[in-house]
Design a protein around this ligand. Structure first.
Ligand code: ADP
Ligand code: TPP
Ligand code: MG
Ligand code: MG
Ligand code: MG
Length: 341
């Protein structure tokens, strides 16, 4: 491998050094003014814990009851300028997205989220209206996904960074792995595709239109409950779509040692995406195939009869290696790679 010289590296576009904070109000004190423990207090006081929380925030660690003797565990982080911008999203939307990103991974194992640990880094000048907004958003999404926030961390950093660890319960079922696709299975999707990418394109072009599409970029809507439903229906493999449909199906194909062929005519391209595509001069199907961050669920099932309500069959598992669309490779649907953009 040849190390790239500075001259070969792409110029930074500035997006990853964004450290702007919204001026929420002239009167909001900052995090440094009220101090770490007061901010933590505001993030935890009065919030209702799930039944499985034995010890919640306030001690050295939380204690969580594990119903079936195993716990699903996953973590993801959001970095300002890379995963969100505070001039595009409200703090509440960022909080919701942070929970959704990890909660969707729990659902993709076939489990139900039970507990979250939230670590926050922020500059000292962060208004507490921002940390309060984040807290509200985190708890709003927890109310959708299930579970509760049992602890976390708060540190000073140059930009806003949020890391969410989620735990989940499989209710005695086996986990649904990425490696379980078998030739002849059908592949189905639950949840929206392409919306987040369409919103990102609108934001990027500075077009203030289609508010539902912009909101879908700021707050994904993972179909949390469909994870356990698919597992109970016998899903053979599953993942959430964070990097892009083709990219995430590729992880299933590679882990399972198979090919997956998607039929483009079976993909739902919502009319709002066609409108957005007209506005920015891009292709809506490209967003559906290559856009990430909607956190839809994709899964394989032995037959069409196993596919639960709320899922749309979009393809089949075939012999081969990787993902094809209508039998051909999809070179423009590579999806997100944290170090390529
Ligand atoms: N720094 C790391 N150390 C250990 N495991 C990691 C690390 N980063 C990612 N992984 C693991 O690699 C796998 C793929 O990660 P990722 O692509 O982020 O999955 P997802 O898109 O579901 O969040 C996951 O099982 C994750 O736990
Ligand atoms: C400012 C900004 N630029 C670009 C994007 C697009 N984007 C950022 S991360 C990502 C993919 C998912 O992020 P990743 O860190 O890979 O999450 P994971 O797959 O681990 O869930 C996408 C499409 C964005 N959300 N915000
Ligand atoms: Mg991840
Ligand atoms: Mg995932
Ligand atoms: Mg990713």
């Amino acid at each position: 491998m040849v190390a790239s010289t500075p001259a070969e590296r792409p110029e930074p576009d500035g997006s990853d050094v964004d450290s702007t904070l919204p001026t929420v109000s002239e009167t909001s004190p900052t995090v440094s003014e009220i101090g770490e423990f007061a901010v933590i207090d505001r993030a935890t006081r009065g919030r209702v814990q799930a039944e499985t929380t034995i010890v919640g925030p306030g001690d050295d660690a939380a204690l969580v009851a594990v119903a079936d003797g195993r716990v699903v565990a996953t973590t993801d982080m959001l970095v300002q300028g890379r995963h969100f911008r505070l001039d595009w999203s409200t703090p509440e939307q960022v909080g919701r997205k942070a929970i959704a990103q990890s909660g969707a991974d729990v659902a993709a194992m076939g489990a139900r989220p039970t507990a979250y640990l939230v670590s926050l880094g922020c500059p000292p000048a962060t208004p507490i209206a921002v940390t309060d907004g984040l807290t509200d958003g985190l708890w709003l999404e927890v109310a959708v996904s299930g579970g509760s926030i049992v602890g976390g961390d708060l540190v000073q950093s140059g930009q806003v960074v949020i890391s969410v660890t989620a735990l989940g319960d499989l209710a005695g079922r086996p986990p649904v792995l990425r490696s379980g696709c078998r030739v002849g299975d059908v592949v189905a999707v639950a949840g929206r595709l392409g919306w987040s990418a369409a919103g990102l394109a609108l934001f990027g072009a500075g077009i203030d239109a289609l508010p539902d599409v912009l909101a879908a970029h700021c707050v994904p809507s993972p179909p949390y409950e469909q994870g356990p439903i698919a597992a109970a229906a016998g899903a053979t493999a599953m993942a959430d779509v964070s990097d892009g449909l083709v990219a995430d199906l590729n992880t299933l194909a590679h882990a399972s040692g198979v090919g997956i062929d998607i039929r483009s005519t079976d993909l739902v391209v919502d009319p709002e995406l066609l409108q957005a595509a007209d506005l920015v001069g891009e292709h809506a199907l490209g967003w559906v195939l290559g856009g990430g961050e909607d956190h839809a669920l994709v899964a394989s099932f032995v037959s069409r009869d196993d596919v639960p309500q709320g899922w749309t069959v979009i393809g089949v598992v075939i012999e081969g290696d990787g993902v094809t669309v209508d039998g051909a490779s999809a070179p423009n649907a590579g999806g997100w790679d944290s170090f390529q953009r």
